[in-house]
Design a protein around this ligand. Sequence first.
Ligand code: FAD
Length: 316
Amino acid sequence: MKVIDHIQAAKSTLFSFEILPPLKGKSIQSIYDGIDPLMEFKPKFINVTYHREEFIYKERDHGLLEKIAIRKRPGTVGICAAIMNKYDVDAVPHLICGGFSKEETENALIDLQFLGIDNVLALRGDSIKTEANFRPHPMGHKYAVELIEQIVEMNSGNYTTEDYQLEPTDFCIGAAGYPEKHFEAMNLTTDLIHLKAKVDAGASYIVTQMFFDNQKYFDFVDACRAAGINVPIIPGLKPLKTLEHASFLPKFFHIDFPEILSKEIVKCKDNKAISELGIEWGKQQSKELKAAGVPCIHYYTMSNSSSVKAIAAEIF
Ligand code: FAD
């Protein structure tokens, strides 16, 4: 079932969450161990992130260095299929532009269709560590909007590699939104112009980047509505878990902690304390969002479902 149909059929705020494929070599049991505790809250869909290749240098004979591409977290599509099979819940694979030609994207979408996957979250992806800026595949897409356009064309039977009509796919497409602005955007206004382009191209809903200040989400929704973006906007929440999160999350995701939270964070002496704070903060955020009638609350588990479970137990 499509995410947009779940949202439209819902009588109250839905629960969903996002997982990362395990590091290469770990079994799928680690995925099930993360999902099992959350199934009692009846998630309507589970997102699975996509991680593109990284380049490493391996030393060879005579001091020569060989550049090798590796993917540390492969398996997005297989995990989606396994989740749908084991839990009878919809899986939403993330599909990115980075590293994909249009034909590879097309083939990936064909795989998803054959597996009965109805949804994709269409993203650009970030630059790889060895590149200062995002570099698209020479035969691929520069922005997520172009990926969305390709999926919409396939939904009409127009494949990039054929000149004649083929059997149409029927994907529900989600797109990413940034209450605190995407870090490359000149300002929030231009970012919203680009977000609207994704919706106009065919994205049925938006999932936000994590935020710790609900007011930023509410302001973002108001700004989206004023800009003519009228699709559901699903807030994304991440419970703080470790002391490292205090600097890692702002640095990696380009978000701010509200002052009141940062004052509490500095009082935390160990991971246990910050994890408890993260659960409390997550509960407060979730309660307020639910009371405001948001369509769904989407939790970034980042391989940690215990905090999400503690929050969900009080909210759902
Ligand atoms: P875009 O919508 O293409 O926007 C990227 C930047 O380009 C923005 O600054 C935008 O304003 C600008 N822009 C857009 N169109 C134009 C245009 N026509 N002209 C000029 N500028 C333009 N990354 C992964 O690698 N794997 C994942 O699984 C993953 N999951 C994510 C899930 C969520 C919910 C979110 C919020 C992000 C996720 N990301 C993931 C990160 C995402 O790939 C990065 O944030 C990336 O830098 C931007 O992706 P996007 O789809 O928002 O890009």
